[in-house]
Design a protein around this ligand. Sequence first.
Ligand code: G6P
Length: 614
Amino acid sequence: MCGIVGYIGNQNAYPILIKGLHRLEYRGYDSAGIALTSQNGNLSIYKTKGRVADLEEFCKNKDISGTIGIAHTRWATHGEPNNINAHPHYSESENIALIHNGIIENYAVLKQQLIQNGYHFQSNTDTEVLVQLIEYIKILNKTDLFHAVQLTLNEIIGAYAIAVIEKGKTDEIIVARKSSPLVLGIGDDEYFIASDASPIIEYTNKVIYLEDEEIALVSRNEKPKIVTVKNIEKTHEIIQLEMNLSQLEKGGYDHFMLKEIFEQPQTLRDCMRGRIDVSFNHVVLSGIIDHKERFLNARRIIILACGTSWHAGLVGKYLFESFCKIPVEVEYSSEFRYRNPVIYQDDVVIAISQSGETADTLAAIELARKSGAFIYGICNVVGSSIARNTHTGSYTHVGPEIGVASTKAFTAQLVVLSMMSLCLGREKRTIDEKRYRELLKELNHIPEKVETILKSNDSINDLSKIFTYAHNFIYLGRGFNYPVALEGALKLKEISYIHAEGYPAAEMKHGPIALIDMEMPVVAIATDNKMYDKVISNIQEIKARNGCVIAVVNENDTIIKSIADYVIEVPSTEDCFEPLLNIIPLQLLSYHIAVNKKRDVDMPRNLAKSVTVE
Ligand code: G6P
């Protein structure tokens, strides 16, 4: 939600900031803006509704000089996306400019007080309150910008990652964070500031991750001074990033989403590398082995996640219950955090998050931690807030996922959950050794089976053309494939804006069957597993009502091929790994339908990749 970038050094700030905004555009893209301080200390703000490309257009023929600046790409929370609500925001005197990612919860009270003190507001944002308050406090206390920011943040309730610059000050940027991410890149006599490392990586791989309630004074040619809002000095380890630039490019694909779908054979291998013993004898997951007692004595597992990660969690429930015989609850983080959940000290909580920054998941794990539960994180972004706020965990190692609709992160989450449940099942002796080895061997074959499915891309594209103008879709699955139905429907909704519902196939007769007619395509996940015959009956029920069925079936299937209107073939695998294969054609189907509809696949309307507000 919102991307922020900053630069201070000896180069022109503008091109660095614009490039950084492009890299962060996945975080929000309804408006963009930039503030630059020129050599003589003039402070200029340029901002506009729309994408970063619109901002570039807007900045043509403007004075974009200066070696210090801050920039923002917005995902609106308070105030509609328009030119005025775009960041940066000026203070009353226009001496201070600020960008913000997060939500100021007590903005209304503060705004009222500022208005009473003669301040005027241009925008409907909570952010403008912040910059006005900084100026008010600065003047009242006759202090400098750094201390004014520090005092202000003590008055603030809510979440923030901010960057602030001041007219006449060509040598400092002040940044701070609480519950929204902020990374400081350390170059040679220059500093980069960003919501994540992607805008920084082409200049330096040395970074510092600011912690909650920390403020940094970033000055040219000086080590950053970092203190907490309560003025406690902090020192930070410099982290070496392993990301590389090619991971942030489209690499010849039309969209990041398509690239990421096609990367899956490799990302699944990367996710397993070093974790499955080559002789397939065992899984080596240090997060589980090092904390074996917590897992062996777990009364229950609670999985917390949002969106696609929640769907992965649902597959996780089926895996842990099958192989480890531990009861599992899968909770939406946003519900869990506010409903006084019963949490035991011997619970194990697994938090799943691609970005590692989802505000609801962060808050939910905080609640669980306070109750003494053991927290295991499954994150993709290395060094992210959730990764740092868990007791241990496993990274998915799929590299940056840029497309807003999650694909490769989802399948890697499934692999991590598979490895975890097999590892723990073996430790608990709830899975037979022979079966354990068979499953590991099969898991190792999944990447090549994904490669086979990807060869059907052209035929799935052909199929997509038939359904481009459908208004509604139903996705049905049972057992391990029920979460796949949910995820398939979510993919379609997110990027094509077609209404789609995922349902457990047998539940259809309790309601959704009333919707079935020739106009309503039904995607049935009907691979050959122990629910196969039951799913055939469900498909027959749809055909009896003139429904149109697209079935995902195994290569050797004959029965469903004779009933369904269209089929997509996938290789067969163990029931528990079917989600890893069956989701691939559904990702491709959504992608092609969205492209046919000329949707902005990588940046669908109203969505953002990293949801750092609740
Ligand atoms: C947003 C994204 C989804 C993602 C969800 C959870 O809604 O658009 O793709 O599944 O957040 O994100 P997380 O980073 O916690 O997995």
